[in-house]
Design a protein around this ligand. Structure first.
Ligand code: IPE
Ligand code: IPE
Ligand code: MG
Length: 240
């Protein structure tokens, strides 16, 4: 019988996080060190995404979320923003068939209506076509900001006529993806140790793993190392 990711997960004896979130940082520095324009680093970053998605699937991770573009990244030079949008267009469209074949589901978190109209369409199409799939859940955080998400959630709760004061359960219903579990583990590459407005609500009890590796150099071994570190953590949630 063929070994499934779930078998491997149980056989390993390690605690495998259900939701791993990654702040993919360092593309610009990776390119700069080689004397290339920043966009070359973003292209190399796409290859790291492909390796990491495959590795996450093999390791039995259920949900992988990737911070691809923050609500603050619009502050970057116009040519970089345009280049990144071009990359999202190409990447999302070209990935759908492979995701379908692997049984994976793709979803997006962020202010999607703030993206160019054709990307909004590509995003909706990718979500719809992979909607029923039960394999790895790949979440792309695109035009995502945690503060924006919380403001949107509160405003939408008010507009829907929810009773105030709100409780946690009600607020959660208005987050971008209310049904996904909070990240168990948040990885950030490139040596920076900050959240940069990522998963603000959802990271309340996440474990953190930082590596100096720049995102384009990240691979399956690095993911395995992060999981190894995670398996040694003791999560207490305020208890003893
Ligand atoms: C992360 O790499 C990718 C995005 C934010 C889109 P950076 O572009 O932030 O790379 P550095 O931090 O400048 O090296
Ligand atoms: C965070 O990286 C956003 C993404 C990885 C998409 P940044 O490079 O934008 O974060 P700061 O500006 O260094 O905090
Ligand atoms: Mg950066």
């Amino acid at each position: 019988m063929q070994e499934t990711p779930m078998d491997r997960r149980e056989a390993s004896g390690n605690k495998i996080p259900s939701h791993v979130a990654i702040i993919m940082d360092g593309n610009g520095r990776w390119a700069k060190r080689r004397g290339f324009p920043r966009l070359v680093g973003h292209h190399a970053g796409v290859r790291a995404v492909e390796r990491t998605v495959r590795a996450a699937n093999d390791l039995g991770i259920r949900t992988l979320s990737l911070y691809a573009f923050s609500s603050e990244n619009w502050k970057r030079p116009e040519n970089e923003v345009t280049g990144l949008m071009g990359l999202f267009r190409l990447y999302i469209r070209s990935k759908i068939d492979a995701l379908l074949a692997e049984g994976a589901r793709i979803r997006f978190a962020g202010k999607i209506d703030g993206l160019p109209a054709d990307i909004q369409q590509i995003v909706r199409d990718a979500e719809q076509r992979t909607a029923g799939q039960k394999g790895l859940q790949l979440v792309i955080c695109l035009n995502y900001g945690g503060r924006q998400e919380l403001l949107d959630a509160m405003n939408r709760a008010a507009a829907a006529g929810e009773a105030f004061p709100l409780d946690e359960e009600t607020l959660r219903k208005y987050l971008y993806l209310p049904d996904i579990p909070d990240p168990d583990l948040i990885i950030r590459t490139s040596g920076e140790m900050r959240l940069s407005n990522f998963w603000l609500w959802q990271s309340a009890y996440s474990e953190f793993y930082f590596t100096d590796k720049l995102w384009p150099d990240f691979g399956p071994e690095d993911l395995a190392q992060a999981l190894e570190a995670y398996s040694g953590r003791e999560r207490r949630y305020g208890s003893v």
